[in-house]
Design a protein around this ligand. Structure first.
Ligand code: TRP
Length: 452
C-alpha cells in the first residue's frame, strides 16, 4: 500500500446550507491544502452520515446540491482531487460491515455522540437508549470505513472528531492483525486539527454554527442576505466618533478572515479613530464581497444546472471506486469471502504462515451425550490435533485448555488426551500448534501494552 504522496481525506456531512464559518474553517483551507504538491486529496459529501441526523428527503437533496456547488464554486479542482458522494461508492457500506464485525461494542458505547445522547436520556429519567438509532450508534464505524477505504494518512477534522479518527485507527489495527497475515491492509490514519484556522464567530460572538442560529450565509440569498446578516452582528453601543476597541469583536474577527495585513491594520485604525459601527459593517460587507461575489456567480450558475454537478460527482465516484474496488476485493479475500474453487486455497495458506492467526489451531470445548466434558484442538485445515478424554467437570476441561494455550509442553504430556497411533495423535504437531497460539497471545499482549 505504498503511496508516493500523502493521502488527505475529509468528509462534509450534507445537512444545512454552507455559511461563512464553513467557508473560512473548512472549504477554503481544504482547497488550499489540496494544491500542495505531494498531496492527494479526497473530499466527499457524507450523505449517509446526513441520514443519521435528518429524515427530511427534500432537505437532504437540497443540502447535497448546495454543498457540492459551494465547494466547486470556491475553486475546488476536480481534476486534481477526488470529489465524490459517499452514497455513490457502494464499497463503503460493504466495508462498514466488515469493520462492524471486528469493532468492540464497548468502544461504541464510549463514542461521544452516542454517549451524550444516552447521558441526556438518563438525566431526563428516560430509558438510556430512547430515541437513539443504530445509525447514531454505529456512526464511527461508517466514518472509519470512509477513511480506511482510501487508505488516508491524514484526516483534517474539527476537535470533536478526533475520537472518531482514533477509533478508525483502532479498528484498522485490529483488522490488520486479524486478517492481514503479516501485511498492513489498512494505513493507520492520523487526525489533523488545524490550530491556526480561525473558527469564525457568528452574529452573537459565539462560534458560528447552525445550532446557535447565528450564521452568515455564504451564498444563499445573495448579497442582500449577506448585508442583512452583517447588519445583525452584535456590537457595543458606542456612537460614531467615539473610539472603538477593535480586538475581540466578532465584526473585526470576521473582517480579518477576508483581509490581508494592511487591510486589517487600516480597519483597526479607522475604528480606533471613531468609525461608526454602521459604516464599519458596510466596509465588512464590501470586504467579504471582494472574495465571495465572484464565487457566488459561479455558485448560481452551478445551482441552475444540477445535471453538471451530477456529472462531476459521477466522474468523482468513478475515480473513487477505481481505488475502492480493488482494495475491497482484497479485503473480502482476506476475511474468507472468496470464490469457491476445486482446490481450496486454505491448505496452501497454512503452510505459508503457520504463525498467522488465519492459520492458528483452535480449541473447542463441548459436552457429549453421556454428560462428560471434552476439549479438542483443531488445526486451521480441520485436522484434529488433540482429542481429550471425557472429563467429569467442564471446569476441569477449561483448566487444561488454559494451560495448553500457554504453550506448555509439560502440561501437554500430562493432559488427559488420547494418544497413540489409533487416535492419530502427533505430539510434535500438537506442541507446535499450542506454541503458535501462545506466541500470538504474547504478541497481542505486547501490542496492547505498547498502545497503553
Ligand atoms: N463526521 C464528520 C463531521 O461531522 C464528517 C465525516 C464523515 C468525516 N466521514 C468522515 C470527516 C471521514 C472526516 C473523515 O464532521
Amino acid at each position: 500500500m505504498a503511496h508516493l504522496s500523502t493521502r488527505v481525506l475529509t468528509g462534509i456531512t450534507t445537512t444545512g446550507t454552507p455559511h461563512l464559518g464553513n467557508y473560512v474553517g473548512a472549504i477554503r483551507p481544504a482547497i488550499a491544502a489540496s494544491r500542495e504538491t505531494g498531496v492527494e486529496s479526497f473530499f466527499f459529501l457524507a450523505d449517509y452520515h446526513a441520514l443519521i441526523k435528518c429524515d427530511d428527503p427534500a432537505r437532504i437533496e437540497r443540502s447535497r446540491l448546495e454543498i457540492a456547488a459551494a465547494w466547486l464554486a470556491a475553486g475546488l479542482d476536480v481534476e486534481r482531487v477526488t470529489f465524490y458522494r459517499q452514497s455513490d461508492v457502494p464499497e463503503i457500506p460493504e466495508l462498514t460491515w466488515l469493520l462492524t464485525c471486528v469493532t468492540a461494542k464497548g468502544q461504541m458505547n464510549r463514542a461521544h455522540a452516542y454517549k451524550a445522547a444516552a447521558d441526556a436520556n438518563v438525566a431526563a429519567g428516560e430509558d438510556v437508549d430512547a430515541g437513539i438509532t443504530m445509525g447514531l450508534y454505529s456512526y464511527p464505524i461508517l466514518m472509519a470505513a470512509d477513511i480506511l477505504m482510501f487508505n488516508a494518512h491524514r484526516v483534517p477534522v474539527g476537535r470533536d472528531q478526533i475520537q472518531h479518527i482514533e477509533m478508525a485507527r483502532d479498528v484498522a489495527q485490529r483488522f490488520n492483525h486479524l486478517f492481514g497475515a503479516g501485511r498492513e491492509l489498512f494505513v493507520l490514519p492520523q487526525a489533523e486539527v488545524e490550530e491556526d484556522v480561525a473558527t469564525l464567530p457568528g452574529l452573537d460572538g459565539r462560534k458560528m454554527s447552525k445550532s446557535y442560529d447565528n450564521t452568515i450565509p455564504l451564498f444563499d440569498g445573495g448579497a442582500k442576505a449577506l448585508r442583512e446578516a452583517v447588519a445583525r452582528i452584535v456590537t457595543d453601543s458606542r456612537l460614531p466618533g467615539e473610539p472603538k476597541e477593535p480586538e475581540g469583536t466578532a465584526l473585526v474577527t470576521i473582517f480579518d478572515a477576508f483581509a490581508d495585513a494592511t487591510e486589517r491594520a487600516a480597519f483597526r485604525t479607522a475604528l480606533v479613530n471613531g468609525l461608526g459601527w454602521g459604516e464599519a459593517k458596510q466596509r465588512l460587507v464590501e470586504q467579504i464581497e471582494r472574495s465571495v461575489a465572484p464565487m457566488r456567480e459561479r455558485y448560481e450558475a452551478l445551482i441552475a444546472h444540477p445535471d453538471r454537478i451530477e456529472a462531476t460527482l459521477q466522474a468523482g465516484a468513478a475515480k473513487a471506486r477505481a481505488i475502492a474496488r480493488p482494495l475491497l476485493d482484497e479485503l473480502r479475500h482476506a476475511v474468507g469471502l472468496r470464490r469457491m474453487q476445486a482446490h481450496p486455497v486454505a491448505a496452501v495458506e497454512v503452510k505459508a504462515g503457520a504463525k498467522t492467526s488465519a492459520a492458528l489451531a483452535q480449541f473447542k470445548q463441548y459436552r457429549e451425550a453421556d454428560g462428560r466434558f471434552h476439549f479438542k484442538l483443531v488445526g486451521a485445515d480441520g485436522q484434529v490435533l488433540i482429542q481429550s478424554a471425557g472429563l467429569a467437570e467442564g471446569r476441569e476441561a477449561g483448566r487444561w485448555v488454559q494451560q495448553l494455550k500457554a504453550g506448555d509442553a509439560t502440561a501437554l504430556d500430562a493432559a488427559p488426551i488420547e494418544r497413540g497411533a489409533a487416535s492419530g495423535y502427533d505430539r510434535a504437531a500438537a506442541l507446535a500448534a499450542i506454541q503458535a497460539i501462545a506466541e500470538q497471545a504474547a504478541a497481542q499482549a505486547a501490542e496492547a501494552s505498547s498502545k497503553g
